[in-house]
Write a protein of this length. Structure first.
Length: 205
């Protein structure tokens, strides 16, 4: 039987310069910058950036933030995490298992944020069409009491120049953990800008 404290021994996974160059905790961010407030995350507007909020059908709860930028898509999700240990090592293993069940493959790579997964995921094709797949990069950063997951697709998953642009976008995300007690791995609540029930998509630049 495993020691229940084993889960607390996973080290945090984050760039060494995270506190300076992001992704930032709200306590580390520049308070005068013009952020778009989405609840659990804040996004810096920039030219050509388009926001999509992914909403769960049954509950109408916002479950992810989608950002279209420079020919790439970046999906981000903030989760509550322990104060001293990290979640990314455990979550990576879960992602590998999920993609294998879909018939896809993954490989571990050393990226700018630390370990990342490069996945080849089958895409449903029409009858008689040859099998198709897409490439996605799964990245993660353990911060203070939060974990930020990102999924990069499009040009940023295959083109090094485009990758630099979308990686810079991921670094610009600010995570707002809040003070409400939450179990580790729970999604930090997200909402549409301003907390209203307005449109769930639009340009940010």
């Amino acid at each position: 039987m495993s020691d229940p404290q084993d889960a607390d021994l996973q080290p945090k996974s984050a760039p060494e310069d995270r506190e300076l160059n992001g992704p930032l905790d709200v306590t580390e961010a520049n308070a005068v910058r013009p952020y778009v407030d989405l609840g659990g995350v804040k996004i810096v507007p920039r030219e050509g950036l388009h926001l999509r909020l992914e909403v769960e059908d049954g509950t109408k709860r916002v479950v992810a933030v989608g950002l279209d930028y420079a020919g790439s898509t970046l999906q981000v999700q903030p989760f509550a995490a322990p104060r001293t240990s990290g979640l990314w090592h455990e979550i990576r293993a879960q992602i590998v298992e999920q993609i294998q069940k879909q018939g896809g493959t993954t490989r571990l790579a050393d990226g700018p944020f630390g370990p990342e997964l490069v996945a080849t995921i089958p895409v449903a094709a029409g009858p008689g069409a040859p099998p198709q797949s897409r490439i996605a990069r799964f990245i993660g950063v353990d911060g203070p009491r939060w974990f930020l997951r990102g999924v990069i697709a499009g040009e940023g998953a295959v083109n090094p120049q485009a990758a630099v642009q979308v990686e810079d976008l991921f670094r610009s995300v600010v995570v707002v953990r809040g003070t409400t007690p939450m179990p580790p791995r729970d999604l930090i609540p997200l909402h549409v800008p301003g907390g209203t029930t307005g449109p769930a998509a639009g340009p940010l630049g």
